[in-house]
Design a protein around this ligand. Structure first.
Ligand code: CA
Length: 227
């Protein structure tokens, strides 16, 4: 089941998105307001990706994102942001979104982003097991992370970043490499998405996020999982 929720109050944009996603083989659930989106997600618990418009008449897309994330760490979330609202992208990612698409977008761009998230939220991992690096324990079977025995709630993207780091301890990874490994080679987004996701991940896993010791910065290059 490849189910996608589309939250967009402008009916012409919504139909454009819905038609293109259906053409790409997705089952689509539509919502016109944030409240309706939350209600529908409650009924369609097998929804794997949600597209959330930011500017809405009632609660805005960021608030919808926050409320979804409060109970569902696994669903993929893409924010639909207006052109030139550069800050929206960062705000959206900080509230728990995995990606953003700037309007106006092409059908190809949109379906590529949805496909990429869908692949990541698939959960069909062949290499069952655990990666243990004290104080962390990554369980690749149920895609969870524990720190000192306590569960750390991660989004799918954050999980993918942690797995990449823990599989490459001590290795300096460039931001381009991280983008390729986590988002895929066919992803055509910006490198900034790497920094924003790592900033958010640090808030969850570091003892002191302002002085990170697990995910360290390699200046002018990228990041390293190292102590
Ligand atoms: Ca709107």
């Amino acid at each position: 089941m490849k189910k996608v929720l589309v939250l967009e109050d402008e009916s012409s944009i919504r139909s454009f998105i819905v038609i293109n996603l259906r053409r790409a083989g997705y089952e689509v659930v539509e919502a016109e307001t944030g409240e309706e989106a939350l209600e529908k997600l409650d009924h369609h618990r097998d929804t794997r990706v949600a597209l959330l418009d930011v500017m809405l008449p009632g609660i805005d897309g960021f608030e919808v994102c926050r409320r979804i994330r409060a109970t569902n760490p696994h669903i993929g979330i893409i924010m639909l942001t207006a052109r030139a609202q550069e800050m929206d992208k960062v705000t959206g990612l900080m509230t728990g979104a995995d990606d953003y698409v700037t309007k106006p977008f092409s059908p190809a761009e949109l379906t590529a982003r949805v496909d990429a998230l869908m692949r990541r939220s698939g959960g069909n991992e062949a290499n069952d097991g655990e990666i243990r690096q004290e104080p962390f324990l990554l369980n690749t079977r149920n895609r969870t992370l524990e720190k000192n025995g306590q569960r750390v709630k991660l989004t799918q993207v954050e999980y993918a970043i942690m797995k990449m780091f823990m599989e490459n301890p001590g290795k300096a990874l460039s931001r381009e490499e991280i983008l390729d490994m986590v988002w895929g080679r066919d992803y055509f987004g910006e490198l900034k998405i790497v920094d924003v996701n790592i900033r958010r991940l640090r808030l969850k896993i570091e003892d002191n996020p302002t002085n990170p010791t697990y995910i360290t910065t390699v200046w002018g290059y990228g990041y390293k999982w190292g102590f």
